[in-house]
Design a protein around this ligand. Structure first.
Ligand code: ATP
Ligand code: MG
Length: 206
């Protein structure tokens, strides 16, 4: 077979495969006819949970939507997304739990009090239909550490306004939380630079 023939055959095969894929995608798009907000859980041990949530913040802002962000664990380090939102997006309602990482503070009752007052702010967003997107960053740890009642969180997510989307991030997130989520993605660690002695990088890790 000459080269031209082989290339034609490859083209035809590619076209047939693409047609098949398009038919399948089109069928799925046609079948998905419910229009409402989505609840997402981004979990797993790999890097990319919080940055995925902020990717959705950017998408929503692109459409002029109203966005709320609540971070349940605040690092020592300022993050680039925090600096950017505070400087350039005053329309984004942004709250952080005023404590460091829990393994740094080692003050359980202080952490619980901070978690509870932060949750009041988050719950208010989940009851406010003017918010199109609410990000609850690192919320899963509040459930895992038993700082906040899981039932209250699930109830608030379930009863939120119909058109509001909510993104929860953090490792874990038990089966009860998973039940209320429409989309669950697990970010799997294949490798992390940190394990080869590479320092957390500004603009990449924070
Ligand atoms: P990111 O904010 O980069 O999307 P994340 O939200 O998935 O990360 P967290 O568990 O919240 O991950 O940790 C945040 C910080 O820890 C980031 O600096 C990130 O690079 C780092 N990190 C995330 N996963 C790992 C890992 N598996 N090993 C070491 N460091 C990690
Ligand atoms: Mg995170």
């Amino acid at each position: 077979m000459n080269d031209d023939n082989a290339a034609d055959k490859k083209d035809a095969k590619h076209k047939a495969a693409m047609q098949k894929q398009k038919a399948s995608v089109d069928a799925h798009i046609a079948a998905a006819d419910t229009e409402r907000g989505v609840a997402l859980l981004i979990t797993g041990n790999g890097k990319g949970k919080t940055s995925s949530a902020f990717g959705m913040v950017m998408r929503a802002l692109g459409y002029g939507m109203k966005v709320g962000v609540v971070q349940f664990i605040k690092g020592e380090q300022l993050s680039g997304e925090e600096i950017y939102l505070r400087d350039h997006c005053p329309q984004v309602e942004f709250h952080q739990m005023g404590t460091g990482f829990t393994w740094d503070t080692q003050d359980r009752s202080g952490d619980i009090a901070a978690a509870k007052s932060t949750w009041v702010l988050a719950r208010a967003m989940l009851q406010d239909a003017s918010f199109d997107l609410v990000v609850l960053d690192e919320l899963t740890y509040m459930i895992a550490f038993d700082y906040l009642p899981e039932d209250d969180i699930i109830e608030a997510i379930r009863c939120r306004p119909r058109d509001q989307s909510v993104v929860v991030t953090g490792r874990g997130g038990g089966t009860a939380l998973q039940e209320v989520m429409d989309t669950i993605s697990e970010v799997k660690e294949v490798r992390h630079a940190y394990n080869n002695g590479i320092k957390a990088r500004r603009g990449v890790d924070y």
